[in-house]
Design a protein around this ligand. Structure first.
Ligand SMILES: NC(=O)c1ccc[n+]([C@@H]2O[C@H](COP(=O)([O-])OP(=O)(O)OC[C@H]3O[C@@H](n4cnc5c(N)ncnc54)[C@H](O)[C@@H]3O)[C@@H](O)[C@H]2O)c1
Length: 343
């Protein structure tokens, strides 16, 4: 059971917090320049009120270092693929450092060529996406930042943890540097970090955030973490989480560019990419279904099926719609629309 008593809160100065976080990182073997980047990103999240992705994450990151799941000493490498595309290998170090290196390279390319794209592989969690967008904003640039994350969300109609609660972030500068456009959102009703935060603080969660292990709605964060997150906007949130897997789990991280099957693709061969997409399709449509659901569709699949049926049987129009189209026909003196069949 979750403790329902709210805990007493204390205020910490952000500079003190940043120095403290940096010292912990240094003490765990992180090189000084990288410790500064990670501490700055975490405190940036705390400052923006995104405390789900701030300094409170330090114990879990340090645990990953102790378990050798994350290499605190790793230094990312950068491979220039074309003048406007590069790939960063995070070498299993902090995601913050890999993403910082990637955005640095994207900014450099955009300064010279007007745009830059960087994919990151072998990385780890990078916290709040908005800080990566802010890095571009500080250089006066627009950006799109995609990442995939560990499975926590079912696809629409499904009930198993299949897709990540992967945030979509986008930024554009404005005349007033205090008011840039920053979109930074997970495709779930709420970010999973908000459930961890409620658990840490002994609070309940709204019932529309998650389902427990039995597929029932719950306001208990512990039960919610055993279950699945709910996608925002039904099939639309689910499709966005699949998009993040395609663009940051498959395309941007591993392979990209549907237009270049004659030449080697930017990050992997077209065949390998198509194979990955076919696998993703199967995983999605064959995932465990929610009660009452007969079939799970891939984004765009319903429309494909409709198109096939309508090519064969015709496109349905109401009599009133045909009448107004025929009025336009009369105006230009052409024949009325031919009706294929009626029901
Ligand atoms: N790295 C990861 O794997 C990972 C995974 C999931 C989430 N996250 C992070 O979690 C954080 C929280 O995500 P979230 O989906 O809960 O965000 P959120 O719901 O708090 O905010 C989503 C967006 O809506 C805007 N917004 C919210 N309320 C608004 C209002 N009343 N009026 C106008 N705009 C409003 C915010 O500015 C933001 O751009 C993000 O920083 C995200 O990057 C990270």
């Amino acid at each position: 059971m979750t403790d329902p008593t709210p805990q007493q809160m204390h205020l910490i100065n952000h500079s003190d917090l940043q120095a403290f976080v940096e010292a912990i990182l240094l003490g765990n073997g992180t090189p000084p320049a990288n410790a500064a980047i990670v501490a700055q990103c975490l405190v940036a999240a705390d400052l923006r009120g995104v405390d789900t992705h701030g300094s409170n994450r330090i114990p879990s990151y340090m645990e990953r270092i102790r378990q050798n799941a994350l290499d605190a000493r790793a230094q990312p490498t950068l491979r220039q693929v074309t003048p406007v595309a590069a790939q960063v290998d995070g070498r299993n170090g902090f995601g913050f450092v890999a993403a910082h290196t990637a955005m640095d390279a994207a900014i450099r390319m955009a300064r010279e060529f007007g745009m830059g794209m960087v994919s990151v592989k072998h990385s780890n969690h990078f916290g709040m996406s908005a800080w990566v967008v802010r890095q571009a904003l500080d250089a006066g640039m627009m950006s799109l930042v995609f990442t995939n994350s560990s499975p926590a969300l079912p696809v629409w109609g499904g009930r198993e943890k299949l897709m990540g609660v992967s945030p979509i972030a986008c930024g554009a500068p404005s005349g007033d540097p205090r008011r840039p456009f920053i979109l930074d959102m997970a495709p779930s009703v709420a970010a999973r970090g908000k459930i961890y935060k409620a658990l840490r603080r002994g609070e309940k969660i709204p019932e529309d955030w998650a389902l427990d292990q039995d597929g029932a709605r719950t306001d208990d964060p512990a039960r919610a973490l055993e279950g699945v997150m709910l996608p925002m906007g039904g099939p639309k949130g689910s499709a966005l989480s699949i998009m993040m897997d395609v663009f940051s789990g498959g395309v941007l991280r591993g392979g990209v560019c549907g237009a270049c099957d004659e030449s080697p693709d930017l990050f992997m061969s077209m065949e390998e990419f198509q194979g990955r997409m076919d696998y993703l399709y199967k995983r999605v449509v064959e995932s465990e279904k929610m009660a009452g659901v007969d079939r799970i569709y891939f984004p765009g699949e319903i429309e494909m099926i409709t198109e096939e049926q309508r090519r064969e049987k015709g496109i349905p129009f109401a009599a009133s719609e045909i009448a107004s189209l025929n009025q336009e026909a009369d105006r230009v003196g052409i024949a009325h629309l031919k009706v294929q069949s009626s029901n």
